[in-house]
Ligand binder design. Structure first.
Ligand code: CTP
Ligand code: CA
Length: 230
């Protein structure tokens, strides 16, 4: 649907969407990052805006264009910056969607000067420390009363369980109102146009399943958000 034709069923809602992937500096010219392009987050912002929401997009190193997809775009690079921007916007938001791929760990001591290789010496090990879990904080603190908090999880199946098994366990562990579980790997997920997503509630029950474009996934997720909010 074109923006003008979309139902205005999110009108009056203020939503925050984080998108992209955080980069954790090692030195002024290097970082540790991930493959997230931000396209799913941008699609979520676009869909919400088309349906009448006021949208703040916290944009971490996006490859996708953000042209016209939000009322406000806040560019960030690191997890610390993303956390600060999301929390600031969340204080008056009805819905926060953490679609960004947040680095779990960051270099313990990024250097102010470029790291040099020294002849005859091998590489120095990189010490990492854990980042705060922004989603867990949002769930715990509910920065605005009645706020709906939504997480994303990119999962692959492995010997210990399927994509959905891992998703259910994570939904329960995270306690977000909704967790969108995205199947990745083998040509799916990162950087591809089509997604398969299960939407789970806080106790891991499936509330929606969708296979389609990131825009279709986004619309199904917003439908689930509306249902959750009653
Ligand atoms: N997330 C977050 N802060 C972090 C890590 C993750 O807010 N430090 C959010 C992501 O934006 C996403 C959700 O938590 O919405 C799930 O991220 P994921 O990486 O799947 O969960 P983890 O608990 O980090 O588990 P895993 O060990 O599988 O990486
Ligand atoms: Ca993680």
């Amino acid at each position: 649907l074109a923006a003008a034709q979309a139902p205005q069923d999110l009108a009056g809602l203020r939503v925050v969407v984080s998108a992209g992937g955080t980069r954790e500096p090692l030195d002024p010219v290097r970082w540790i990052g991930n493959r997230s392009t931000g396209r799913q987050g941008v699609a979520l912002a676009q869909a919400a805006r088309a349906r009448g929401a006021h949208v703040t997009l916290v944009a971490a190193n996006l490859e996708a264009s953000v042209e016209g997809c939000a009322d406000q775009v806040v560019p960030v690079e690191s997890t610390a910056e993303l956390r600060q921007a999301v929390r600031a916007a969340a204080t008056d938001a009805d819905v926060v969607v953490m679609a960004a791929a947040v680095a779990d760990f960051r270099p313990a001591a990024p250097t102010g000067a470029k790291i040099k290789k020294v002849a005859g010496q091998g590489p120095a090990p990189i010490e990492l420390v854990e980042n705060p879990d922004i989603l867990a904080e949002l769930v715990r603190e509910r920065l605005r009363p009645g706020q709906t908090v939504v997480g994303f999880a990119a999962e692959t199946g492995d010997a210990t369980g399927s994509v959905l098994d891992h998703g259910r366990a994570k939904a329960v562990r995270k306690g977000a109102d909704l967790l969108a579980v995205n199947a990745v790997g083998a040509g799916r997920g990162f950087g591809t146009p089509d997604n398969e997503v299960w939407v789970l509630d806080a106790i891991g029950d499936q509330v929606a399943h969708v296979s389609g474009t990131k825009r279709q996934v986004a619309d199904v997720l917003w439908d689930a958000v509306l249902k959750t909010r009653g």
